[in-house]
Design a protein around this ligand. Structure first.
Ligand code: UN1
Length: 501
């Protein structure tokens, strides 16, 4: 057994997940670090999904009556357990998703942060009192638990995305059924064991968290189940376009976090040192496999040559290799298909008249792993390949002359997740943040588009799907709103002055 496999197994034991492996299961848990199989798992069937939703629904019927601040105790326990197991979980994220150590730990920290937010929120799920037009009446709104929430998550944030949804859903009084990416089952098994322990410690109903593993048919069974009022799905736009109509066909709700094609405008006044650091982290961090990764730089003509030169110099020093090595900044892509897509996009960009300034090829950093050299490609225009999200460290550079032109290029893609401008000019910054500026759900000044904190609402427009998760008032998506009018008078005045009986 390889070191990686042994390490993953030890972590699973320590977090209370035991030994989930079966000798001949159809689901292979593997590591992109060296392409090795860690172990095999048995995927769930459509029937198992039905049973999981049934158990979650039963748990929901009890959980909805537990006072919200008491529900918060379960999420507090979850946060405590995550703190305790932070190093192990972070290492498992590195092993299974290929993130460098600091980013694996950062992802677990993101889970801890959302737990803290949700615990506070458990005392703040408040509605409004609204003035009524009728004497002796009171009108108000209440937020009630919604039901069973399905969470479909992607490989690149294998645990944080679940936590954003689950921590909020649980304090909101919902039960959660999680279908992780088939590429990252082990981190899900680990978190699920931790969440069950949190439920046990807090005295929450056992079935309130459920995990279903598998591929497409498992997701479909979940999406089609009428007992699931909300499907929160994170992944590709292609996946979202399949999920949304199926959920809509039964008039369920979906919360979609789909692709991004995030850009940074670099204006003439930009602080270039800061800009270069911001760009490199956003474009190369997580090997370009964040939905918020920077994919397009739109730079003013006057500093384009200087910027490209500095970026190239920075790219050429980036250590590529095993994410378990402390010095590595660029880990592997998730699998062969991802590396093929990267190489194919670079080729297409070249065919479209682009100039590959640096990178763009496979690297044999660790035998069996899928490593690439991050690429910068100067493009004469925003061709189709630039408008397509390639989930890899591939950065296109486009030049502009006027801010209007830059914003038009910026918004000229189908996705609308995250965005940024580097400028010291307050007029430019505010224009970018205004109604005629960035059309994305996230717009930043002097930081890159990735690495959002959990306090803000997270999500985007257009083909990103419109959903909002995490902070601000995103919790409302996990509840149902009831408007209540109470008549405490002896009369029965009708609204709008209607006379009757
Ligand atoms: C994702 O890639 O699916 O803003 C989520 C960020 C992280 C979350 C990314 N906090 O980059």
């Amino acid at each position: 057994m390889s070191d990686i496999s042994t390490r993953a197994r030890e972590i699973l034991q320590r977090v209370g997940a035991g030994d989930p492996f079966t000798g001949d299961g159809a689901l292979h848990a593997r590591s992109p670090i060296d392409g090795s199989t860690i172990g095999r798992l048995t995927p769930h069937s459509a029937g198992d999904v039905e049973a999981a939703v049934g158990a979650a629904h039963e748990a929901f019927l009890q959980w909805r009556s537990v006072p919200a601040p008491v529900r918060g105790q379960m999420v507090r326990e979850l946060g405590e357990l995550l703190r305790e197991h932070k190093d192990d979980l972070g290492a498992l994220v590195s092993i299974e998703a290929g993130k460098i150590t600091s980013e694996g730990l950062g992802e677990v920290q993101e889970m801890i942060d959302i737990c803290d937010l949700a615990v506070g929120l458990s005392r703040q799920l408040h509605g409004l009192t609204i003035a009524t037009e009728r004497p002796g009446h009171r009108m108000m709104e209440q937020w009630h638990p919604l039901g069973v929430v399905a969470v479909i998550s992607a490989f690149n944030f294998p645990v944080a995305v679940w936590s954003w949804n689950a921590a909020l859903a649980l304090v909101c009084g919902d039960a959660v059924v999680w279908k992780p990416s088939e590429k990252t089952p082990l981190t899900a098994i680990a978190c699920h064991a931790i969440a069950r322990e949190a439920a046990r410690r807090a005295g929450a109903p056992e079935g309130v968290v459920q995990l279903v593993l598998g591929e497409r048919e498992v997701g479909e069974a979940l999406v089609d189940d009428a007992r699931v009022p909300l499907v929160s799905a994170t992944g590709s736009t292609r996946m979202g376009k399949e999920v949304a109509p199926r959920v809509a066909a039964r008039l369920g709700r979906s919360l979609l976090e789909l692709g991004g094609n995030n850009a940074a405008i670099v204006a003439p006044s930009a602080d270039l040192d800061l800009t270069v650091r911001g760009i490199v982290f956003s474009a190369v961090g997580t090997a370009g496999q964040r939905c918020t990764s920077l994919r397009r730089v739109i730079v003013h003509e006057s500093l384009a040559d200087d910027l490209v030169q500095r970026l190239t110099a920075a790219y050429e020093t980036l250590p590529i290799g095993s994410p378990l090595e402390a010095s590595t900044l660029v880990g592997p892509l998730v699998d062969e298909a991802a590396a093929d897509a990267f190489v194919a996009a670079v080729e297409q960009a070249r065919a479209d008249g682009g100039t590959v300034v640096t990178g763009g090829e496979r690297v044999d950093a660790v035998e069996g792993g899928t490593y690439v050299r991050p690429a910068i490609v100067e493009m004469p225009e925003q061709t189709e390949v630039v408008r397509t999200e390639t989930f890899a460290p591939l950065l296109y550079v486009l030049r502009y002359d006027t801010l209007e032109e830059a914003i038009a290029l910026h918004n000229g893609v189908a996705q609308g997740l995250s965005s940024s401008i580097f400028t010291l000019d307050v007029r430019e910054a505010e224009t970018f943040l205004s109604a005629v500026g960035s059309d994305c759900g996230i717009a930043n000044v002097n930081i890159g588009p990735s690495g959002a904190e959990i306090g803000g609402a997270f999500g985007g427009e257009k083909e990103t799907g419109g959903g909002r998760e995490s902070g601000s008032d995103a919790w409302r998506a996990y509840m149902r709103r009831a408007t209540n009018t109470v008549n405490y008078s002896t009369e029965l005045p009708l609204a709008q002055g209607v006379e009757f009986l």
